[in-house]
Design a protein around this ligand. Structure first.
Ligand code: HEM
Ligand code: HEM
Length: 170
């Protein structure tokens, strides 16, 4: 049986595929959060029998395909994560900070799976799935804000080079 890099404790960093997927998925998620309301408006217009403006219809279509792309890319990313593992926390990271990192990263993975699925269910079956999908928006934004702040804290306060781990493959 071959051991994974995680099992032999030799994970020094993320691979180029893990890094590429991190930033590609982040860009797609930003687009979904910024333009997502077009989907809400297109659906409301359709329900009321009104015409959907061209730009709105385009953005709603984009929301659909970007969302499905995120779901597919996350499946690939989770497979790589389980196969390649993740590097250990930088030296001198306290137990509480390490736990916060682990919890928030797995919460991201959970959201990246659950949010597109509720979106698909909302698209085809309406509420309550559409409502659940909409409630996820502030949770996603809050987690991204925390994650962004944490990466800046590591980079500029702790100066432990953590941000470089998501920029430079090992
Ligand atoms: C990670 C992926 C996704 C994110 C971050 C996301 C985010 C959002 C956001 C921010 C809204 C606007 C909510 C509001 O009006 O305030 C929205 C609405 C919507 N999205 Fe997504 N979405 C994602 C994937 C999907 C997918 C795959 C579908 C499936 C087709 C989808 C279908 C919808 C629908 C139907 C609405 C309207 C919900 C309603 O008004 O009840 N989304 N989404
Ligand atoms: C929608 C946006 C984002 C999502 C969904 C996301 C998600 C994730 C996830 C799930 C991980 C854990 C990787 C793993 O160990 O398997 C991670 C790690 C990381 N993210 Fe993000 N991220 C986002 C945006 C950002 C931004 C804007 C930054 C910085 C400016 C950033 C910096 C990092 C860094 C430095 C790591 C590596 C942490 C480590 O080495 O332990 N991320 N991200």
């Amino acid at each position: 049986m071959t051991m994974t890099r995680d099992q032999i404790g030799s994970v020094r960093g993320y691979t180029i595929y893990q890094i590429g997927l991190h930033w590609l998925i982040a860009a797609l998620v930003f687009a979904q959060l910024i333009f997502g309301e077009s989907m809400t408006e297109a659906i409301e217009a359709a329900e009321e029998g009104e015409a959907v403006a061209g730009g709105e219809a385009f953005l709603a279509g984009m929301h659909y395909y970007f969302g499905i792309a995120i779901l597919a890319l996350v499946a690939l990313r989770l497979a790589l994560r389980l196969k390649n593992g993740a590097p250990p926390p930088p030296p001198e990271t306290s137990g509480a900070i390490e736990l916060a990192g682990r919890v928030s990263h797995w919460l991201f993975y959970a959201l990246l799976v659950v949010v597109p699925i509720t979106g698909l269910l909302g698209y085809y079956y309406g509420d309550p799935y559409g409502d659940w999908h909409t409630y996820a928006k502030p949770v996603f934004i809050g987690l991204i804000a925390l994650h962004f702040a944490a990466s800046l804290y590591h980079q500029f306060w702790r100066k432990d080079g953590l941000l470089m781990r998501m920029l430079k493959p090992e």
